[in-house]
Ligand binder design. Structure first.
Ligand code: GLN
Length: 246
């Protein structure tokens, strides 16, 4: 068995070590004896989405998002949209999450028309939403997810997508409606930067299961010893809950 991961814009969209999530996916496959290759596709490189089983797109500042606008037009956005419609799993983080939506209006009035693969849009505000935060995941029976967010964009979901879950602490999509992230087909789009998957291994395995089941029906994922990962998760969950009680 083998999964091929496509890392979109690895040299441009990589805040807070977002790329560590790709390492985590690869390791969790290899620990189970499943092969994994990772290929980066960046500006000026042709994307043939049919070659890949799983996609990752990290976060970036407004500047980097504007730099990508030209490259995203045309065939690349068609390839991304068709892979999403084809139920290929995507993990998209912050700036990468916003790019999958229809547009982003920066806080200083710059209009970025994005690819419109997901029914959502983002409006920038002067005040940033920054910090460790926590939310529930509907796909994992309300299990908590801990993450780190830093964005000025407030994202609003249309009826074509659903949120990942509810914010328990922090801001999430917009700090207003209590929701975090967007789910559509096999897309998991979130504001959680950095080591999302290492400290939330259930999300990593959910993405791997989606990818493997598309390719190899009836596959099952062997359990791993996640003692360290669960320790990191519960440490942050306890810290956030303690802060709320002050
Ligand atoms: N530029 C976007 C914002 O500030 C995304 C930032 C990010 O990926 N951290 O909302």
């Amino acid at each position: 068995m083998e999964l091929k991961i496509c890392h979109l814009y690895p040299d441009i969209l990589n805040l807070y070590g977002d790329r560590g999530n790709v390492t985590c996916l690869k390791k969790r496959l290899e620990w189970r004896g499943i092969d994994c290759t990772v290929e980066g596709i960046s500006i000026g490189q042709k994307l043939d989405a049919s070659q890949y089983d799983l996609f990752f797109i990290g976060g970036g500042q407004d500047f980097e998002q504007e730099v990508l606008l030209e490259d995203l037009r045309g065939d690349k956005s068609l390839q991304i949209k068709s892979a999403i419609e084809d139920e290929k799993p995507f993990l998209a983080i912050c700036g990468g999450y916003q790019i999958l939506g229809s547009y982003y209006k920066t806080w200083d009035g710059q209009q970025c028309d994005f690819i419109g693969a997901l029914d959502l849009y983002t409006i920038g505000h002067k005040d940033r939403m920054i910090g460790n935060y926590m939310y529930t995941c509907d796909d994992l029976e309300g299990q908590t997810v801990v993450g780190f967010e830093n964005h000025s964009g407030k994202t609003y979901l249309g009826s074509g997508v659903r949120p990942i879950g509810r914010v328990l602490s922090g801001f999430g999509n917009n700090g207003e409606d209590g929701f975090e992230g967007a789910r559509y087909k096999n897309v998991y789009a979130t504001y959680s930067h950095g080591c999302l998957l290492p400290k939330n291994p259930a999300i990593a395995d959910m993405l791997l299961r989606w990818a493997l089941e598309r390719k190899y029906p009836n596959v099952s994922l062997a359990a791993l010893d996640d003692t360290l990962e669960h320790g990191a998760h519960s440490y942050m969950e306890a810290r956030l809950r303690a802060a709320q009680n002050h």
